[in-house]
Design a protein around this ligand. Structure first.
Ligand SMILES: Nc1ncnc2c1ncn2[C@@H]1O[C@H](COP(=O)(O)OP(=O)(O)OP(=O)(O)O)[C@@H](O)[C@H]1O
Ligand SMILES: [Mg+2]
Length: 283
């Protein structure tokens, strides 16, 4: 468990979650080590957002256990450290009367006591965080006057204000064009290196994520496969999860910059089947 291994940031064991009485996640087990970038993939409705919300303690667990930064979700000990969360649907209205700094400060509320107001040190923290994402010059800009890419960096800064240890990002690049997406992932890589961040990111774009993540986890209600991106993309398990062929992805991934050399087998979640496509039902 996490307390026994300080290198483990997230530990999920036999996790099941129900929504409206229906099993949305079943028997999910994995762990994330300090400083890893984990890509979480799976088809629409697979339970990716549900898994992130369970990690954050926003929805209850039906069975199994979760430990994040050494404590169960909702425990004050880790709330105080915080998890940075960029949700899938960002509800910041373009007409919301707030500046960039105001929005980023909202990420700091979890670290302030109840009924506290932001103090000078909190505004300094916001300023430093905006500098980390390259938006210091836009601190006083109205939130409605930003480009889509800038807005993504604001929500990233808001998440960083809550935690510089663990970031959980749900479809953070959706709606961005390719250069903006590239820039966003480059920023994440820099933050990971500079701050020693641990990152869990959900994306539909297997190639973009596979080219950048240290490991991919593929779920579709159950765990299908967890391993290095190359193995995962080549696996039979991922085709099963998406119920379609993905052979073209292997070639795409090979050409993608940042793909690491093969550094170990993926963990397929069938009892005895490795991650490579050997045709033996690695589910
Ligand atoms: N609040 C809720 N009440 C009931 N069912 C829900 C609720 N939220 C999600 N679900 C159901 O749980 C399942 C998983 O949803 P979830 O949003 O976690 O999937 P996802 O993998 O994030 O999908 P997408 O890629 O479309 O974002 C879906 O069948 C969804 O309808
Ligand atoms: Mg989702």
């Amino acid at each position: 468990m996490s307390r026994e291994n300080p290198d483990t940031v997230v530990e999920v064991r036999d996790l099941s979650v129900q929504r409206n009485g229906i099993d949305v996640l079943e028997d999910i087990t994995f762990s994330v080590r300090h400083g890893q970038f984990i890509g979480l993939v799976g088809p629409n409705g697979a339970g990716k957002t549900t898994l992130l919300k369970a990690l954050l303690g926003l929805i209850p667990v039906t069975r199994g256990s979760i430990r994040v930064l050494g404590a169960p979700p909702g425990d004050r000990a880790y709330d105080a450290h915080g998890i940075g969360y960029v949700p899938q649907r960002q509800e910041i209205g373009r007409n919301f009367p707030a500046t960039v700094a105001d929005i980023v400060m909202m990420g700091r509320f979890c670290c302030m006591g109840p009924l506290s107001f932001p103090r000078k040190k909190d505004w300094l923290h916001v300023k430093r965080t905006l500098a980390l994402v390259g938006l210091e010059h836009l601190a006083e800009r109205s939130i409605g006057q930003l480009s889509g890419g800038e807005l993504r960096r604001v929500t990233l800064a808001q998440a960083l204000c809550a935690s510089t240890r663990l970031l959980v990002l749900d479809e953070p690049t959706i709606g961005l064009d390719l250069p903006a997406e590239h820039e966003f992932y480059a920023l994440l890589a820099k933050l990971k290196a500079d701050l020693g961040l641990t990152i869990i990111a959900v994306s539909h774009d297997l190639v973009a994520l596979g080219g950048r993540a240290d490991e991919l986890i593929c779920i579709n209600r159950r765990m299908h496969i967890h391993g290095n991106p190359e193995d995962v993309v080549h696996s039979h398990a991922i085709r099963e999860a998406y119920s379609c062929e993905f052979s073209f992805l292997a070639g795409e991934l090979a050409h993608h910059e940042g793909v690491r050399p093969h550094d170990g087998p993926a963990h397929s979640h069938d009892e005895d089947t490795p991650g490579r496509d050997d045709g033996h039902g690695d589910k």
